[in-house]
Design a protein around this ligand. Structure first.
Ligand code: GLP
Length: 239
């Protein structure tokens, strides 16, 4: 795992955008949430990406109407897809059989040639995508029941915890690990435990982000707060 320590959220956005732009991905895997928002803003400002690059969602809620503003597909379209003219590929959460839709999503990603670079945030409990603690590291894309903790964390994007959907389709950890390169963005003290675990905690399905240690090309872009105040010489390699 390569760790790039930056001062703050703005620097994390600029650094992660640089890494993505230099990688010139044909298929960019995109997380939603607050962690990558600034990065996407930079990519748009500098027009770093252009067709035929396509955007491939990491996860999506099940149960929201197609025009709901919190649908991740809509958020990514607004933040990146529409401004840069990029197509967005998403799991078909409107399929009455979401399990079948989840299984099809891995086939869709494979048909695209796989994800070249996957952008990730991390949940405070260490979840990646919506892979909650306990998810096997080889899991394919699947339907998940969201934990209460995750629904409470995401209530800030809705009116209340009750309005956060109870289910989602997520790329599985196995799917995420097939991306050729992974860039994890983490800022703020709330992520310190998850980031510490990702860098040097015991590798365990109890903390899904630790699965990244089995991947050959992971870059963590984190601000000082997310690194818990530790000050490694940046960038640095951690085994
Ligand atoms: C959410 C999303 C993840 C995201 C994570 C962190 O539940 N499903 O894709 O990376 O939690 O969110 P945030 O960046 O807003 O802290």
């Amino acid at each position: 795992v390569e760790v790039i320590e930056v001062d703050d959220e703005g620097a994390a956005a600029a650094t992660a955008a640089d890494v993505i732009a230099h990688a010139r991905p044909d298929v960019l895997g995109v997380a939603t949430g607050s962690s990558p928002a600034g990065t996407y803003g930079r990519l748009v400002e500098r027009r770093d990406l252009a067709p035929p690059t396509v955007l491939c969602l990491l996860d999506e809620y099940v149960g929201l109407p197609p025009d709901h503003p919190r649908r991740y597909r809509r958020e990514i379209l607004a933040a990146l897809g529409a401004p840069l003219g990029l197509a967005v590929v998403a799991p078909d959460v409107d399929d009455p059989d979401p399990d079948a839709a989840a299984a099809r999503y891995d086939a869709t990603i494979a048909r695209l040639g796989g994800v070249d670079l996957q952008v990730l945030g991390v949940g405070r409990n260490g979840h990646i995508g919506f892979n909650e603690p306990g998810t096997p590291f080889d899991a394919p894309s699947h339907v998940v029941e969201l934990s209460d903790a995750t629904r409470r964390d995401n209530a800030r994007f809705f009116g209340s915890t009750q309005e956060v959907p109870a289910r989602a389709i997520t790329q599985g950890i196995g799917t995420i690990l097939r991306a050729r390169r992974i860039v994890l963005i983490a800022t703020g003290p709330g992520k310190a435990d998850a980031v510490r675990a990702a860098i040097d905690g015991p590798v365990t399905p109890d903390v899904p982000v630790t699965a990244l240690r089995g991947h050959p090309s992971v870059t963590v872009v984190a601000d000082r707060a997310a690194l818990g105040g530790r000050r490694p010489a940046a960038p640095r390699e951690v085994a």
